[in-house]
Each structure stands twice: as structure tokens, then as C-alpha cells.
Design a protein around this ligand. Structure first.
Ligand SMILES: [Zn+2]
Length: 87
């Protein structure tokens, strides 16, 4: 009986943390592959292939560019607001 309670509690905790994590990710965050030097949208299929050891998250595009990372040619990070530049 008590075991079941802790199991549910565990699920609730995980769910809570995941929700917090998801809510905390702003839409303008980018995933950098420090190994290849490319950066991606979190939703890019290549972003999912990055080895966690080479993965770096960054919100500040200026910072990314300053470090000389290359935008991915698949997801075009930084040009997400419609593919034509509106700015
Ligand atoms: Zn990409």
C-alpha cells in the first residue's frame, strides 16, 4: 500500500519536473553542437542527434554568433519568424 503511494508520488514528481522544464524553455533558445560548431532549433532533427556531451544551450543569438558557430542549413536558427526576413 505504501509502496504504491511512493510510486505515484514518484510519477507526480517526474511529471512536475518535466512540466517545469518544458515551461522554462523559451522559444528562442538554441542548441549548439560544440563538436561540429553548428547550432539548431531545439526541434531540429539534427539537434536530436547531438551527443549530450557536445550539447550546449544558449538563448543569446549574439553570443552564439560571437563564438563563431554556424547556423544549421536544415532548421535556419535565427530565421524562425517565417523564412523571409521580416526585420
Ligand atoms: Zn538544425
Amino acid at each position: 500500500m505504501k509502496k504504491e503511494f511512493y510510486r505515484i508520488l514518484g510519477f507526480a514528481a517526474v511529471f512536475f519536473i518535466v512540466t517545469l522544464f518544458l515551461l522554462n524553455i523559451p522559444k528562442d533558445i538554441y542548441v549548439i553542437n560544440v563538436h561540429t560548431g553548428y547550432y539548431h532549433h531545439p526541434g531540429c532533427k539534427y539537434a536530436h542527434k547531438i551527443n549530450p556531451r557536445n550539447m550546449k544551450w544558449e538563448r543569446d543569438m549574439a553570443k552564439i554568433e560571437k563564438q563563431g558557430f554556424t547556423p544549421c542549413s536544415n532548421c535556419f536558427p535565427g530565421k524562425e519568424k517565417g523564412k523571409g526576413n521580416r526585420e
